[in-house]
Design a binder for this molecule. Structure first.
Ligand code: M6R
Length: 579
């Protein structure tokens, strides 16, 4: 998704802006741009990736500036459509995250009044509206403009001859960093980590007027105070630290992030909220949705509580009858569909809990309470350590509802995760890298684990993969099985073991190669499959974690074999802030 940065202070803005934009690269982008205010307003825009020496090449002057990475929505990824967007006279520059829903109408009206548009973006209307309302005061012009905008936005605005940034937020994240006689702005914490640990999260409807020595925040025209909070992430966490990819580093960080999330525990108010729930509905998207399905499979047979796991993207339009606790799960805390679902739950007067990795994210402002995962910054687009940290949070809820029955299991689970990290899955990865299609199958909680394995495989290796409940393959997908279609099967001890073995034999009879993940010493399984990956024979909760990590490694090594752009897979964004 798009990312924005801003700087105002005494330093040269350009290197700070480009460094900030590099920190936002993980969100995904296809073009970028920067505007600075020195003796004049200067704008630099390009398509493609930001190079190491972009600041020198751009050669902009000034200690006030704004920057943007664009993930094309309205209009192709071209230089003209890249942000900053400017007004007719190119005196005002705007960067914008979000979507202006009524931009067509606004654009038509502005064109009728003589404004000349250059781009196809919705953002450009903001620059022209500010131009139209400007009567000597940029803040007043931005305020007047906001009254016309429908949709979501986080914007930064600069103007020639003004050492000033005006920032505004509505339903798109915007955080300010506070330095000494300098301020930073960004769509998330990453660009701020290099400069300050003091941040201010703007609220929806806030407008900030920023000069090097002064920050004024207004809401509904009134000056308001917003607290300065301390960031709990370190800049080292955002570096690759000797690993080939962020994804690999983040896979290896899982013992720690799981342990830290368990160690942080659940506060008393949230515990009461969880214990009081007769019914639990979870909402989430993508990988986070898979963790909610795993939770449902695990908790229902153990505790007397009925659980529904719903996709955020469907929930808004097909809302089930709502009673009881609603839990929204989101690594970023910014996923639009999940936040919309959470807001609907609030509108139904349900108690709400957010499970997220990002302190101060939008979801934490919407939910009644927050359970913060301790995964640290996750930069690879593929969710890995946030997935297991979500499971840590959700497994604690199971443990709470089961009167602490899994205290011991959970406090040692990180060791088992550590045990599988060094597994050599290259034989299996070679098989997958030669395939165009693959299936991932399991039963019970291992069905959503398989869905997650397939999602990881397709998003970073581009091998088409589907996660299926093992018993469902014969109801259609069997038609696709060939010697070139590997099937990854999770087959661990338990009530479904023998039926899984039968399923694997059926798959083998259709000549599809099988990669099985089973427990150490399972000779029966090892003998019937093509590649056997043994994991330690542990508690079910731990097996869910270890099998998941093996599947992450499988996807990672397959993508390496295919030389994919692992941390920035094509067409994907880390944080999905549009519907
Ligand atoms: O930030 P969220 O957890 O709300 O993101 C939801 C999905 O976009 C995300 O889990 C996505 O599916 C993963 N990045 C895939 O690895």
């Amino acid at each position: 998704m798009c990312g924005i940065v801003g700087y105002i202070g005494r330093r040269d803005a350009t290197p700070i802006l480009f460094k900030g934009l590099r920190r936002l690269e993980y969100r995904g982008y296809d073009s970028f741009g920067v505007a600075t205010v020195g003796s004049a307003l200067e704008v630099y825009k390009k398509t493609g990736r930001i190079s190491d020496n972009e600041a020198e090449v751009a050669c902009l002057r000034g200690s006030t500036g704004i920057g943007h990475t664009r993930w094309a929505s309205y209009g192709e990824p071209t230089v003209i459509n890249a942000h900053p967007q400017t007004d007719c006279d190119e005196r005002i520059a705007v960067v914008h995250n979000g979507v202006i829903e009524n931009y067509n109408e606004l654009k038509r009206q502005l064109q009728e009044r003589g404004h000349i548009f250059r781009s196809e973006t919705d953002t450009e209307v903001i620059a022209h509206l500010i131009e139209e309302h400007y009567e000597g005061d940029l803040l007043a012009a931005v305020n007047a403009t906001l009254a016309y905008l429908q949709g979501s936005y986080a914007i930064l605005v600069v103007m020639e001859d003004a050492q000033r940034i005006v920032a505004a937020r509505n339903a798109s994240p915007l955080v300010l960093g506070v330095g000494d006689s300098e301020f930073f702005a960004a769509s998330d914490l990453m660009p701020l980590l290099d400069y300050t640990e003091r941040v201010i999260y703007l609220e929806d409807g806030d407008v900030a007027d920023i000069t090097p020595n002064r920050l004024d925040i207004y809401h509904d025209g009134q000056r308001v105070e917003r607290p300065i909070e301390l960031i709990n992430w370190r800049v080292e966490d955002a570096r690759k630290g000797g690993f080939a990819h962020y994804m690999q580093k983040e896979i290896f960080e899982q013992p720690q992030s799981f342990y830290e999330t368990i160690r942080a525990g659940i506060d008393e108010h949230t515990r009461r909220m969880i214990m009081d729930a007769n019914e639990i509905t979870l909402v989430a998207c993508g990988t986070s949705y898979h963790t909610t399905l795993i939770f449902k499979y695990l908790i229902e047979p153990l505790c007397n509580v009925s659980v529904r796991a719903e996709m955020g993207s469907e929930f808004k339009y097909f809302t089930p009858p709502l009673n009881g606790l609603v839990i929204a799960v989101s690594q970023s805390g910014e996923t639009t569909d999940t936040i919309a679902a959470l807001s609907m739950a609030k509108a139904h007067n349900c108690p709400t809990l957010a499970i997220t990795n990002v302190q101060g994210s939008t979801i934490t402002r919407v939910a009644d309470r927050t359970l913060l995962m301790r995964a640290g910054p996750e930069i690879g687009v593929a969710a890995t350590k946030s997935y297991t940290a979500q499971l840590a949070a959700l497994m604690q809820i199971i443990n709470l509802r089961c009167d602490g029955a899994f205290d011991d299991v959970l406090s040692h689970a990180h060791l088992a995760i550590g045990d599988v990290l060094l597994y050599d899955v290259r034989d299996a990865a070679t098989l997958c890298s030669k395939a165009n299609h693959a299936f991932f199958v399991g039963r019970g909680p291992f069905y959503p684990v398989s869905m997650e394995g397939a999602l990881k495989m397709k998003e970073i290796s581009y091998v088409h993969a589907e996660g299926y409940a093992a018993g469902e393959l014969k109801h259609g997908p069997f038609a696709l099985l060939t010697p070139e279609t590997p099937v990854v099967a999770i087959c661990t001890p338990g009530p479904t073991y023998s039926v899984m073995v039968s399923n694997i034999k059926e798959i083998k009879a259709r000549k599809a190669p099988v990669i099985a993940i089973g427990v150490d010493g399972d000779k029966e399984l090892a003998e019937i499959v093509d590649v056997f990956i043994p994991i330690p024979n542990t508690h079910l909760l731990v097996q869910v974690l270890t099998t998941s990590v093996v599947l992450q490694l499988l996807a990672y090594h397959t993508a390496c074999a295919l030389q994919r752009d692992i941390d920035r897979p094509r067409n994907l964004a880390k944080s999905v802030t549009v519907e």
